[in-house]
Design a protein around this ligand. Sequence first.
Ligand code: MG
Length: 228
Amino acid sequence: MIKAILFDMDGVLYDSMPSHVKAWYDTMSALNAISTPEDFYLFEGRTGESTINILFNRSFGRNATPEEIEKIYAEKARRFTELEQPESKPMRGAQEVLQKVKQMGLLRVIVTGSGQKSLFDKLDHHFPGFFDKDLMVTAYDVKQGKPHPEPYLIGLQRANIKPEEAIVVENAPLGVEAGKAAGIYTIAVNTGPLPDKVLLDSGADILFHSMKDLADTIEKIVREQSGQ
Ligand code: MG
């Protein structure tokens, strides 16, 4: 019986990935680190530290120091905030998915690698009444970023449910891997530029091309996964 839907945030509830990618690309390019915008779609879900160290090893043959990581991540966050002005754009169709999930009486849990301040206030502003402060997992709650299952396992704990009682909604390949590694049925919504194959190869159980398409089918998926 499905009891909760675990939602990733960037690229699922918010159309924020273009700004994240540009913020990362600008920040790393200014340091002469070698990257392409596509890299950051593939890295989505990793911790900031992990992303920086992959590019430092590729470009300079070493890990970044803790001081470098702190400074680089702060600059990336500053650039992201600048690009998202005046405010983040909710993803088209996200409101409809949430409405259907709420009508079915299911819990809504946020599982994000984002460490933005006042995340709950932002969510509650754009999606009023859908989320609960206690049902959120953010960068501050985990040691391991996606693709490690930890973020989704903590999400299950918060909702007090088992893997087979949940469904994950993800847009990123590493997010899909994390959901599957936690033993959860995982829906991929391909809202970015990566080929569908990348998400399917990561283990997605089903794939949609927009939250709007998912809104049309979410009730059927919940019934099927509940064995009805
Ligand atoms: Mg995402």
